[in-house]
Design a protein around this ligand. Structure first.
Ligand code: ZN
Length: 126
């Protein structure tokens, strides 16, 4: 994969993830307002409040996941600039184009990714 198309697909992915974070932040602000309205009214529904709490926590884990992905994409963009993009971080061999197209921010080749998974480590964890 050449540098220009790698950079283009990473920047597209970065924009998508940033859009998700902005949408989540808006959703969050809206949910908070709704809850404040609910708390200020005399008639409260504990069951509904519990459901909202669960939804907010789900929201948070999605946001954390997106932030993690965004960090990966930013690291990959830095590698494009450094000229090391597309090389496995474990064995330094080129990662296949098909894998990079599916996962532009991949750090490892399929073999090393599988090894890391067997060792109980996730992609990107230290
Ligand atoms: Zn490798």
């Amino acid at each position: 994969m050449d540098t220009d198309s790698a950079r283009a697909s990473l920047l597209k992915e970065q924009a998508r993830l940033e859009g998700l974070l902005i949408a989540a932040a808006r959703l969050h602000a809206g949910a908070q307002e709704a809850q404040e309205r609910e708390l200020s009214s005399s008639d409260q529904h504990p069951a509904e409040l519990a459901t909202e709490t669960i939804e907010r926590e789900l929201d948070q884990s999605v946001v954390l996941h997106v932030q993690m992905e965004l960090t990966e994409v930013e690291a990959a963009v830095a590698k494009v600039e450094a000229g090391t993009y597309g090389l496995c971080e474990a064995c330094a061999k080129p990662i296949s184009d098909a894998r990079l197209e599916a996962m532009p921010a991949a750090r490892y080749c399929i073999e090393d990714q599988a090894k890391l998974a067997r060792n109980g480590r996730r992609n990107g964890s230290r």
